[in-house]
Design a protein around this ligand. Structure first.
Ligand SMILES: [Zn+2]
Length: 230
């Protein structure tokens, strides 16, 4: 459809940093909370480890499935738009040329130039020109469901791996303190990375992420304590 643009690649790059940070955040918060809850309930080390690994795998799968479905439905919408556009081009070439020329006039070209630009672009790749400038679909930005699904799963698993790896390395009695502490540090660092990538201020972004993480871990710790078998 369209050739690759530098700008689009950079936009996509920033987007994937943000998606990666979100995935890792989810992995840390949900898996650390799970481990804290199960450990607070007095489960043995093996049980805590199994719960952590199960949480990592189920979370990664569910992230992948959710992302696939959401991106796929976006792709379906784009495809439906392209079908409509292809039909319009075959039935009403001249009207479509006028339509494209008007879009370029709105962007500041003169009537004469806009019609020349529209004509040349449509001779080159009519559907591509309409997809890009009328509907706003570019090849670089168009949905890639499998890539998005894998990326979510991998980043979730990477985040979840931090608390899971701590379970076999530390004494069971220290987990309810050590896991939340390390999770909070990791969340603060990720919050700062996300803020940097998005051009936002570092401290508020980190505090916000840490607040929700602390809330989640406190909630499961309380539930674990309540369910504790003595
Ligand atoms: Zn059109």
């Amino acid at each position: 459809m369209a050739s690759a643009h530098e700008e689009s690649h950079r936009t996509q790059h920033t987007g994937s940093i943000r998606a990666a940070v979100l995935g890792a955040n989810d992995g840390i918060v949900s898996t650390a909370s799970l481990i804290v809850g199960v450990a607070a309930a007095g489960t043995d080390g093996r049980g805590v480890l199994v719960a952590g690994i199960a949480g990592l795998v189920s979370g990664a799968m569910s992230m992948a499935a959710g992302e696939y479905v959401s991106v796929k439905s976006q792709e379906d919408t784009e495809q439906a738009d392209l079908v409509l556009e292809r039909r319009a081009l075959s039935e009403n070439w001249h009207g479509e040329l006028e339509e494209l020329a008007e879009i370029y006039q709105d962007r500041g070209l003169s009537q004469e130039l806009s019609q020349e630009v529209a004509r040349q672009l449509m001779d080159h790749d009519a559907l591509g020109a309409h997809a890009r400038d009328e509907i706003g679909i570019t090849q670089e930005l168009s949905a890639r469901p499998f890539q998005a699904a894998w990326w979510s799963a991998i980043t979730f698993a990477a985040g979840a791996g931090i608390p899971v790896a701590m379970v076999p390395m530390l004494p069971l009695s220290t987990l309810t303190v050590a896991v939340p502490s390390v999770a909070m540090i990791a969340l603060a660092v990720l919050g700062a990375i996300a803020a940097r990538a998005g051009g936002a201020r570092l401290l508020p972004a980190s505090l916000r992420v840490c607040f929700w993480g602390a809330l989640a871990m406190a909630a499961t710790a309380v539930i674990g304590k309540l369910c504790a078998v003595t």
